[in-house]
Design a protein. Structure first.
Length: 911
RNA sequence: GCCCGAGUGGCGGAAUUGGUAGACGCGAUGGACUCAAAAUCCAUUAUCCCUUAAAGAUGUGCCGGUUCGAGUCCGGCCUCGGGCACCA
């Protein structure tokens, strides 16, 4: 009987679904374990072979944990709001909901074929009103909260209002508060709310007609679509993520994430400790204090000018009458530049003199104030002191505009470039002279504070998240405008559903698509017309899986307490600075308000590598329809053409297929090598346009899901990026066939109920030990290797004993669940193999009887000694010395030292 | 420019963390079975010297160091991949 994966796989997939084998409920008698995949955006292209890599790994781990007795929560859903569906809707007029549902159905079909152990009863979709009710709810909670820096946590805004009324807070005294009208109070509270509306410079993308978050922009182009992005001042909803910067940074420490990912988050949060210093300035006779931020207070003696950001509010008051025109011109110039141009031109230095002067607070020297785009309004105070000798940007500026450069470190040469390194000994620096730079940084900070010139200050690069999108296919804001005052829709009336509209384009007067909706009002007042961004729905989905149908809470408290947070999260690195920051922020906020029981959402995180495509090429001789095989292509002038990889096997082109592929190739001629056409290849992103997409369905058709699962894991370490190459898949497929033959021969079932031999038990237990160790370390490729060895050994032993094969099936079940299920039930079990328990590891069975010690003379191996495992180093040494030849050799050398290492090696060293 | 990570056969990759480098798989070569093919099985497969074998030499990007012993540790380079990028 042969291994017929087709009937096996469809049979057991149907069985699992019909019996809800993977349905999970809270069970206090068993420990919980939560394994989560980053849920996919259901794109129109469907899954390619790279997508399931992480899902397979998490499924293996989930199944393993179940065998180990854990109650495993392993859910799946869809990140279903998003731009592509909307773009498609604009082009075709088809409602995004329709295309989204179609895509979801296709994804589901593809996922089901791979045999995942998801509890589909817990599926969530972010575009489902029952789901986004809780996204809107969280937004309202943020709207209704402020961040109290004294305790570093979110608190209800009512507590702040009480503070305003009684004692005042910051610059809002009770008098100011009580005198303010409703609009005034709303404006004051907006400065404190965690979800707030404020004017800010945003990334505006004309091509998409919407604003974008920083992580949605790369190199000045939108990540989706690649349209240019410009800076624009707009009033937008924002989330006060920056308030959480210190906590987001500090709690990173305890997370079981990779160092590189933590490092990326650290850079993105961008903590820098420095000093805020006040410089007196004067402009046309008027004086004005200006605060600057610096991390190098020690270089104050070299501050020869100051620079303001063009967008700084100080520019107007610090521009002298005489420079007014020049400054206005410069500001105009800066404004016309897009973000992309600014990035492209970082090397070109621009700026204008403001006409005013500042006073160096330590030297008392009068220094000019300039305006330049290399200073950013959004960071620090938007104003800096420039120290050209020790900052490369200031240096370039000083060179261009001929400003003085004063070196402050002994022996440094600043004639060609600045000396940015924080090393050396200070000079030209008054009280700092003779100190090393590191000492001087601290001494200068102390000095500034003691003399009242400024204060220590920590800045973060992390900005507040811009939360409005001028789009249709997203969560509507539960906010309406009562006489212009943003007012929340009552919680009891959530969800506020997306209205139907006739077209998904922006309205004719440039308003978001929701402006087209009829009656987009609440109690007669207009509702907010933007929608929430993609990360809104994905920020707390892991919580909703715990209790997906709860109508009265995001997640029930007891249920949340049972599952805790996500024990294992698997997904790509591309979310390092987007989703993974927002989710942590969102979770911390809910934690502050007592809605969730753990501060951090994801305990352990693994980033699976990308699976790249392996493209194949043919080489056409320029100006002809003749194609030359790869090895001979250097003899001609050729153009490289992508060829569909389904026409290529082991780099050999299917010539007939190629001719039939496209009309233009029907009459193609070929120059062959050894009678074959060899294609060239390259590793590239998997994409339709490169004809290198491999569909998991095709693999399931020709090899089966179990082979696909094994092969994806066997390809290499999970975290590593690697190209997909179908070549090696026969190996793991052969392994499954061999596995099958342990149970069936040509005539049928051959498993017998006999006592296993010691040798057979050794093979089994070696594997149990190895698998346990490897799975815990996520080294799935080596587990599979161990499996192959074990199966080869058992085949050689002709082992057909149930006592060995039965646990072997359980061991295989996380990797290849279908074949395991088939054999498990054939062995006479009535329950699914996923209800079995992981075989117990008995180290004595796995142990080798003897240890072979290689014996080396001065590091070179000469012979080996076989000793019982229990032998002591002294006994081993005695055995070495007693070997006849060796004794002779040892006798010749008067002094030797025998080193016996428990790591199984013996070294004889001649002194 | 700054910060991470990685360099091992024809290929994907192992190596108990300082202890016989190249596990396992692919590919390749030879053989068995077959009229033949597929499937399956067996053998060989880092390089050099050699008819073959034994034996030897070389070998984990490069140069040097520590050690009885280095793919692994230290110092200095080179190359590739990823992230950030006027953040004062």
């Amino acid at each position: 009987m042969d291994y017929d994966f087709k009937s096996i796989e469809s049979k057991w997939q149907a069985y699992w679904a019909a019996n809800k084998v993977f349905k999970v409920t809270e069970d206090n008698s068993r420990p919980s374990f939560y394994v989560l995949d980053m849920f996919p955006y259901p794109s129109g292209a469907g899954l390619h072979v790279g997508h399931p890599l992480g899902y397979i790994a998490s499924d293996i781990f989930s199944r393993y944990k179940r065998l180990k007795g854990f109650n495993v929560l392993h859910p799946m859903g869809y990140d279903a709001f998003g731009l592509p569906a909307e773009q498609y809707a604009i082009q075709t007029g088809q409602h995004p909901e329709v295309t989204t549902n179609n895509n979801v159905a296709r994804y589901r079909q593809q996922l089901d074929r791979i045999g995942f152990s998801y509890d589909w009863d817990r599926e969530v979709r972010t575009c489902d009103p029952d789901y986004y009710k809780w996204t809107q709810w969280a937004f309202l909670k943020m709207f209704d909260s402020w961040f109290d820096p004294s305790v570093q946590k979110a608190r209800p805004i009512s507590e702040l209002v009480a503070k305003f009324e009684s004692e005042g807070y910051e610059d809002v005294t009770p008098e100011i508060w009580n005198a303010a009208d409703e609009k005034g109070k709303s404006d004051i509270l907006m400065r404190y709310r965690i979800a707030y509306q404020g004017e800010t410079s945003v990334n505006w993308c004309e091509g998409l007609g919407t604003v974008l978050a920083n992580d949605e922009v790369k190199d000045g182009l939108s990540v989706r679509g690649g349209y240019p992005v410009e800076q624009k001042k707009m009033t937008q909803w924002q989330l006060r993520v920056s308030a959480y910067a210190p906590r987001l940074l500090d709690s990173l420490e305890d997370l079981n994430w990779t160092d590189s990912l933590k490092e990326m988050q650290r850079n993105w949060i961008g903590k820098s400790e420095g000093t805020e210093m006040v410089f007196q300035t004067e402009c046309d006779g008027r004086t004005l204090p200006v605060t600057i931020f610096t991390t190098r207070a020690d270089t104050i003696y070299g501050a020869t000018f100051m620079v303001l950001a063009p967008e700084s509010e100080l520019v107007e008051s610090l521009t002298s009458e005489s420079q007014k025109e020049a400054v206005a011109e410069y500001l105009k110039y800066v404004k016309t530049k897009t973000e992309r141009e600014r990035i492209a031109q970082t090397k070109t230095v621009t700026g204008v003199f403001s006409g005013s002067y500042g006073v160096n607070p330590i030297t008392g020297e009068r220094i000019p104030i300039w305006i330049a785009e290399y200073v950013l309004a959004g960071y620090g105070t938007g104003a800096i002191m420039a120290v050209p000798a020790h900052d490369s940007r200031d240096y370039a500026f000083a060179k261009k505009f001929d400003l003085p450069i004063i070196p402050l470190i002994e022996g440094c040469d600043v004639s060609e470039e600045s000396f940015d390194a924080k090393e050396g000994v200070m000079c030209n620096s008054g009280f700092l002279n003779g100190l090393t730079v590191k000492e001087a940084i601290e001494a200068a900070k102390d000095y500034v504070e003691q003399h009242g010139l400024g204060v220590r200050k920590t800045n973060y690069r992390l900005r507040d998240a811009i939360f409005s999108r001028q789009r249709y296919w997203g969560e509507p804001f539960p906010i309406y405008y009562k006489d212009g005052i943003p007012t929340p829709v009552p919680e009891s009336e959530l969800p506020l559903c997306l209205p139907e509209i006739d077209s998904f384009k922006p309205s004719n007067d440039g308003e978001p698509p929701l402006a087209r909706a009829k009656n987009w009002t609440y109690n007669g007042y207009p509702l907010e017309k933007s929608t929430m961004p993609g990360f809104a729905g994905s920020s707390a989905y892991y919580l909703r899986y715990m209790d997906p149908r709860n109508d009265s809470a995001l997640v029930d408290k007891d249920i949340n307490a049972y599952w805790g947070n996500v024990d294992l999260y698997i997904g790509g690195t591309e979310h390092a600075t987007g989703h993974l920051i927002y989710s942590r922020f969102w979770n911390k906020f809910l934690y502050d308000l007592g809605y969730v029981c753990v501060d951090e959402p994801f305990k352990k995180l693994i980033n699976q590598g990308m699976i790249q495509g392996r493209s194949s090429f043919v080489y056409r001789i320029v100006g002809t329809n003749k194609f030359v095989s790869c090895g001979l292509k250097d003899q001609y002038e050729t153009t490289e053409i992508h060829v569909d990889i389904s026409l290529v096997h082991n780099d050999r082109l299917n010539i007939e297929g190629f001719k039939a592929w496209r009309e233009e190739f029907a009459t193609a001629e070929f120059i062959l090598e050894d009678g074959e056409y060899i294609c060239g290849w390259a590793v590239e992103k998997m994409s339709k346009s490169m004809f290198n997409v491999v569909n998991p369905d095709d693999i399931c058709d020709s090899y089966g899901a179990d082979t696909l699962r094994l092969y994806e894991m066997f390809l290499g370490p999970l975290e590593q990026s690697k190209p997909w190459d179908t070549k090696g898949i026969d190996g793991v497929n052969r392994f499954l066939k061999k596995f099958w033959r342990l149970f069936y021969d040509r005539d049928g079932w051959i498993v017998k109920d006999e006592e296993p031999t010691r040798e057979e038990l050794k093979v089994l237990h070696k594997l149990i030990g190895k698998e346990q160790e490897d799975i815990e370390a996520f080294s799935f490729n080596t587990t599979i290797s161990a499996f192959m060895i074990a199966v080869n050994e058992l085949t050689a032993l002709k082992c057909n004993k149930a006592a060995v094969l039965s646990p072997l099936v359980v061991l295989l079940s996380p990797f290849a669940p279908h074949i395991a299920e088939e054999l498990w039930q054939a062995l006479g079990n009535n329950e699914s193999v996923s209800c079995a328990s992981f075989p117990e590891f008995v180290p004595e069975y796995a142990a080798e009887d003897n240890v072979t010690y290689p014996v080396q003379f001065n590091g070179k191996m000469r012979f080996t000694v076989d000793m019982p495992k229990s032998a002591s180093p002294a006994e081993v040494e005695a055995a070495v010395r007693s070997m006849e030849q060796t004794t002779k050799w040892l006798a010749d050398k008067s002094i030797v030292k025998v080193i016996v290492v428990p790591g199984r090696i013996i070294n004889i060293v001649v002194k």
